[in-house]
Design a protein around this ligand. Structure first.
Ligand code: SF4
Length: 304
């Protein structure tokens, strides 16, 4: 390890003790951020940890909606987002006003939102879902018709597996939606014998070509438990680091070189230390929005 990194890690350790802090990092974060974190996981796993940790300060290394979810579930804790510019373009594709318009247009439909939404949007929705539990939540929730937002691809994936009616939103993830079926075919040809697993945020034609459609937590579990030794991975490149670290005898190949989320790459070790040093930037969610958004998140736990 370089001297600068060693100094930063040492300072981070001191600050965590002084501030009673925990560092949470999303699976898509860069290597040095994953390595300095107390927990690495998907947005849902990290939100749960945020709600349950005895630490008083949570340094959330991810994007804005994730830190907001942590704050909603742990309103009495201080939540820091080391890089304020780390947003999620897909989350930005749904705004509260448009959700209200859709509710007027489809008054019988319940509104299910992906966890990748702002607190203000969650506050307008009935129930939240993740890629791992979306199908289960939709099937269990007492409604026959849903407006599903913002990811059209995840919505389409769920629609293909449920009897319920799904009204799609026109949002998408810039990192997953850009991958084409042609790229998936070429990757299979280039790496014969490899199992292709893709995130359901990919286009339907890419999901159709895959052996498995899984969220990041599902990919980690499947790769660890499977007898397969070679995998083509159709999600953001940050997950490859963790897959290799946890399965050193297996081979992992990124489906497309373009599967990089620029927002997830904005946080680094220096920014993590600085945020804890300065106790800034802090994430706040107005109480009225937080209260309503929490109902949406709590229902996800109830129906999943
Ligand atoms: S990978 Fe996609 S969904 Fe995740 S933060 Fe980036 S843009 Fe948003």
């Amino acid at each position: 390890m370089e001297d600068k990194a060693k100094i930063l890690i040492k300072r981070l350790s001191e600050l965590k003790d002084e501030r009673n802090a925990v560092v949470l990092a999303h699976n898509y974060q860069i290597d040095e951020v994953q390595d300095c974190a107390d927990h690495v996981g998907d947005s849902f796993e990290l939100s749960r940890i945020a709600a349950e940790t005895p630490a008083q300060v949570i340094v959330f290394c991810g994007v804005h909606f994730m830190a907001e979810s942590a704050k909603i579930l742990a309103p009495n804790k201080t939540v820091l987002l080391p890089e304020t510019m780390a947003g999620c373009p897909m989350a930005d594709m749904a705004v509260a006003e448009k959700v209200r318009e859709m509710k007027e247009k489809y008054p019988k439909a319940a509104v299910a939102c992906y966890i990748n939404t702002s607190a203000a949007v969650k506050a307008e929705c009935d129930v939240c879902v993740t890629s791992a539990n979306a199908l289960k939540v939709i099937n269990n929730y007492p409604a026959d018709e849903f407006i599903f937002l913002p990811d059209q691809n995840l919505g389409n994936y769920v629609a293909g597996k449920t009897q319920k009616k799904i009204i799609l939103w026109d949002g998408y993830c810039i990192t997953h939606h850009r991958v084409t079926a042609e790229e998936a075919r070429k990757a299979r040809e280039a790496i014969p014998g490899a199992l292709l697993m893709v995130h359901p945020e990919c286009r339907p034609e890419v999901v159709d070509l895959a052996d498995k459609a899984l969220g990041t937590g599902g990919m980690l579990r499947y790769a660890g438990e499977s007898q397969e030794t070679k995998f083509i991975v159709g999600t953001e490149m940050g997950l490859i680091y963790r897959l290799k670290k946890e399965n050193p005898s297996k081979e992992f190949y990124l489906l497309s070189a373009g599967m990089i989320c620029p927002n997830m790459k904005l946080t680094n070790l220096q920014k993590v230390v600085d945020s804890l040093e300065n106790m800034s930037p802090q994430i706040e969610v107005p109480e009225d929005i937080s209260t309503k958004a929490k109902i949406c998140l709590d229902r996800m736990m109830q129906y999943s």
